[in-house]
Design a binder for this molecule. Sequence first.
Ligand code: FAD
Ligand code: AMP
Length: 474
Amino acid sequence: MKKYDVVVIGAGPGGYVTAIRCAQLGLTTAVVESWINDEEQPALGGTCLNVGCIPSKALLDSSHHFHHIKHEAGEHGITVSGAAIDVNKMVARKAKIVKELTQGISGLFKKNKIDWLKGRARIINNKEIEISPQHETHDEKTIVEANSIVIATGSVPTKIPPATVDDKLIVDSTGALKFNEVPRRLGVIGAGVIGLELGSVWNRLGSEVIVLEALPDFLALVDRQAAKQAEKVLRKQGMDIRLGAKVTGTGCNNREVTINFEDTEGKKQITVDRLIVAVGRAPNTSGLGADDCGLEIDKRGFIIVDDQCQTSLENVYAIGDVVRGPMLAHKASEEGVAVAERLAGKPGHINFDTIPWVIYTWPEIAWVGKTEEQLKADGIEYRAGNFPFMATGRAKAMGEATGFVKILADAITDRILGVHIFGPSASELIAEAVLAMEFDASAEDIARTIHAHPTLSEAMHEAALGVDGRTIHM
Ligand code: FAD
Ligand code: AMP
């Protein structure tokens, strides 16, 4: 029986990063991965690279270009006639990016001498893992031995009985990345991160998008100021967002989907050409053998871990989407690095208070730390500095002057407690705020930091000045 220091189950951003760091630290490492891609080939990279972060951003970028050429280029004096979208080419470009990146992981595995064990893992006990081949091959089941096991089996789209995915007219987030034409009318169930991003892609390409969200508030977890502005802007972009609208049933003929939903006014029905079900993601422990090996799982299906990612089984760790905390790729990777370091006898560090969030609508929404609503609920006295992109030269020059940066700082110590951005390239700008919070910086630290002119980052500088009532350009 082959024996390793570490066997990682799952090669998403949690698992593959864990494996690379383990190997760098001198641990003999293998990764069990069962993913089969659209070309019927085994693939590394998990949800993030194959059907998540990367392909969605590829389509968001393509659709952003198209929308810009059609609707905004004129403002710059550029006339473009006959702009058209070739959906199959756009989707093929996305597939090429995915292929290059997933093959890149395979290259990193070779470089770091990590064994890729193709197949599905079942934990027998805290030292042994059984691997079943994924394809109908003549391969036998194998068993490998490990001193430590890291579970990084990720998550899968949540299913809801009223809208069964048929991968034809009703799709989940995976199906929504490979439509072969722009649907004329597109329904989206769920106004969460994934629903808004995928809805944005097809809205920019010309679909009439109707988003049905059961909750009465738009982006309930997001800072209210950011959520309200985003809701207004997305509606203006043409997204028909219906809040407090709970989907109760669907019916399909060969061409269309009828959606039944209820809102405060009563029962309603709409008809669309395609429907995306984007109602969240569920932790994936199927076939892992948790019950048999005594691995504890909570009521919602997450593997129970402590803040060191230690499970109920000795020498077995779990990270990423399959455990508590935000379902974000960078959170999964950071947990993986921390576990790898601890396995090699080093201190592993994760600061759960400084995990950035991004929603890649346009403008983007990004934040780190607490919202004003959370600070109020916790009874923490704070001061807010708020600065609109409209007042920054660079944003005006770009024609992207929607949104703001808001910094929330402790009223007594001035320590930064949260930063919220709705605006162009918020996903990039938030990094400064994360770094500041990691260093326990005060708003004054950002206020004293010289920001290049003209840049979007000047809005961060001005918001920091604003905490102390010293903004210059407002
Ligand atoms: P996963 O990436 O889900 O990987 C788990 C892997 O484990 C899979 O490859 C699976 O095949 C394998 N596996 C499972 N069980 C077994 C088994 N028994 N044996 C062998 N292998 C197994 N996050 C962001 O941070 N930014 C974004 O922009 C973003 N965009 C997203 C867009 C979409 C459309 C979706 C769906 C998700 C997005 N996410 C984003 C979320 C992100 O993809 C996840 O948070 C991330 O992939 C979690 O990483 P993970 O390693 O925990 O799990
Ligand atoms: P997220 O978990 O951020 O991906 O968001 C998923 C969203 O889907 C949540 O805001 C849920 O309220 C919403 N949702 C779940 N079930 C339904 C339903 N039957 N009808 C409408 N919205 C739903």
